[in-house]
Design a protein around this ligand. Structure first.
Ligand SMILES: Cc1cc2nc3c(=O)[nH]c(=O)nc-3n(C[C@H](O)[C@H](O)[C@H](O)COP(=O)(O)OP(=O)(O)OC[C@H]3O[C@@H](n4cnc5c(N)ncnc54)[C@H](O)[C@@H]3O)c2cc1C
Length: 565
């Protein structure tokens, strides 16, 4: 094949992703007077962060004056089942306040207490009311603020641009290959430093609360480049997703509903959380509530669509209308008036606790590659507290942006390998010109169903071993045969699905292989055949070995602050 043409674009810092983390990183890097480019698969402002509802954790003590950083830290570590990187968690809780004030300075408006301070609501497994919010549209408020702020900086925004591969020279970042989805052009960005803010991968499961684009490209790219990933077995299943109508299955019903006093009922009208976690009831950890709902379903006490009822009919209407406005709209579309009738809910794949391993400078194990937000692992350990992810995007977005800028100032731009670039573009082109093969949408359906049925809330050896075997086969046999229906590079959704598919398979494999390796129960990982001798105080680290095979190893948890129980 002849060489494929591509455009080269130089910059100092390239941010991949325009969610809460990517935007915050770009703003910070631009403050260092550097040439910063931010790219995203979708139009800027539409990233998944805009869907976040309930709020941002920060121990301001505005509602419960006894709250403080120490308590937030302890709750985060206990919530993470002691598997968090404690230094990273400490950075999160210590900087959450400064970063929310940054957002206010940029124009964000959070709900207020009667005295005019930032209001805070209760969220599961937290000692105090700590979650700052803007009604139940907190993520949208944050994204509107950040995208407006980006406009006032020198950041060059390339939206609808899909990054495909990290290019390394002598083990350090040298470039990123990409496709311009609008015009079908191949691009090579040549920054001195990169920030990955590529979000999570709920979409590798067939039932998920995540945006369409959250498929794990960042995990796949980082893995392929040889970075270490950590805690990939921990996927948070949010207990309350919609389970009807079919078109809305998986859509999130925010934890704020339970935070504001919502109660869960089975088909006998019993408030069943009393039988599982009577001390905290509906505000038990997300994994605990999800397992309680599924136990009710499995024992025949579920709702007609395989879930439970979540009721707020006992709350004053003005509270519902003021604090849960978007929930009213969401259920209105399904013909349910939540002021009077219960919502039918069941678990949905929601958040990746694991991801690219970072250090306290937000740098991955690859020099010059920084990462922030949901694509990273370590901050949240085995399970994440609701509200800690938005804080994570801001704290680590700013940290990654700052340190990427410092790195770019100290390091020269590295050369890239033309042959490697041509091979990558030829690989992408092959999906278009292949004459026969497997359709990306069929392949994705097979993959997401496999993950949802075999690597779910209740896991076991047999199911996970089956999933791993299947995923290895898929990687070997299906990935090389992906064929897009229409040979057109401009605005071709089939091609976009195909570009994502390979990353989805790698991400799914990392989740399944790590889950199979972990024999005991810890955090969001729960096995019905758990080995009681496996106390589980270790992290599983994954990387691509020199031979191209997936390598997994266990590392003991490092205690820097809070002793293991
Ligand atoms: C429905 C819902 C509600 C939630 N509510 C809350 C809440 O109330 N509080 C809380 O703390 N957390 C909440 N979360 C979690 C939180 O929203 C996310 O963890 C957080 O927003 C992730 O932000 P991010 O910037 O890391 O990634 P995202 O917002 O997912 O952004 C990822 C970006 O990367 C880009 N990208 C990915 N791959 C590529 C590629 N190959 N090339 C180019 N660009 C790419 C995407 O286009 C996007 O711009 C919620 C999650 C869901 C699903």
């Amino acid at each position: 094949m002849e060489d494929l043409p591509y455009k080269t674009i130089l910059c100092d810092v390239l941010v991949v992703g325009a969610g809460g983390a990517g935007c915050r990183a770009a703003i910070e890097a631009a403050n260092h007077n550097l040439d910063v480019i931010m790219i995203s698969k979708e139009l800027v402002g539409k990233a998944h962060t805009a869907m976040a509802e309930g709020g941002y954790n920060v121990s301001l003590g505005n509602v419960d004056p006894d709250d403080d950083v120490e308590t937030h830290m302890r709750d985060t570590i206990v919530g993470g089942n002691y598997l968090n990187n404690q230094e990273l968690a400490q950075i999160l809780v210590e900087n959450a306040a400064e970063r929310i004030y940054d957002l206010e300075d940029m124009g964000a408006v959070f709900d207020r207490t009667p005295e005019g301070k930032i209001a805070q609501r209760p969220f599961g497994k937290q000692s105090w009311r700590r979650t700052a919010y803007a009604s139940d549209r907190t993520g949208s408020e944050i994204m509107v603020t950040l995208t407006e702020a980006i406009r006032k900086t020198s950041v060059r925004v390339y939206d609808e641009v899909f990054a495909t591969k990290l290019l390394l020279t002598d083990g350090k970042i040298a470039g990123v290959t990409a496709v311009d989805l609008k015009y079908g052009d191949y691009l090579v960005f040549r920054p001195k430093a990169v920030v990955m803010g590529t979000g999570g991968a709920g979409r590798i499961f067939s039932v998920t609360s995540n945006a369409q684009l959250d498929v794990g490209d960042g995990y796949g790219m980082a893995y392929e480049a040889g970075a270490e990933l950590i805690d990939m077995e921990f996927v948070q299943m949010h207990p309350t997703g919609m389970c009807a109508p079919k078109s809305a299955v998986g859509r999130l019903v925010t934890e704020a509903v339970r935070g504001e006093g919502g109660i869960l009922l089975n088909n006998k009208g019993e408030r069943f959380m009393n039988n599982y976690y009577p001390q905290v009831m509906e505000l038990a950890g997300r994994d605990q509530v999800a397992r309680s709902i599924m136990t009710e379903v499995l024992e025949g006490r579920g709702s007609p669509n395989g879930g439970a009822y979540l009721s707020i009919a006992h709350l004053p209407h003005q509270i519902i209308e003021f604090r849960l406005e978007s929930m009213i709209e969401q259920f209105d579309d399904a013909g349910v008036d939540i002021r009077h009738d219960p919502m039918e809910v069941s678990p949905t794949a929601h958040h990746f606790m694991g991801g690219i391993r970072i250090d306290t400078n937000s740098q991955s194990t690859l020099p010059g590659v920084f990462a922030a937000g949901e694509c990273t692992g370590g901050v949240h350990g085995g399970n994440r507290l609701g509200g800690n992810a938005l804080a994570d995007t801001q704290v680590y977005g700013a940290l990654a942006g700052e340190n990427a800028a410092k790195y770019a100032k100290k390091n020269e731009r590295l050369g890239v390998n033309r042959k490697e670039i041509q091979e990558e573009f030829a690989h992408l082109e092959a999906m278009l010109i292949r004459t026969e093969g497997v359709s990306p949408s069929d392949a994705r359906e097979e993959l997401t169903e496999l993950m949802w049925s075999k690597v779910q809330i209740f896991r076991n050896e047999e199911d996970m071993a089956f999933a791993v075997k299947e995923l290895r086969r898929i990687q070997k046999e299906v990935v090389p045969k992906i064929k897009v229906d229409v040979n057109e590079k401009r605005f071709n959704p089939g091609w976009h699905q195909a570009l994502e598919y390979e990353h989805m398979v790698k991400t799914a494999r990392m989740v399944a292989e790590a889950a199979l390796m972990r024999k005991g129960n810890r955090g969001a990982h729960f096995r019905t055949d758990a080995d009681p001798n496996d106390k589980g105080y270790y992290n599983i680290v994954i990387r691509r070995g020199e031979d191209g095979e997936m390598e997994l190893r266990k590392e003991d948890v490092v205690v820097t602050k809070i002793e293991l129980p």
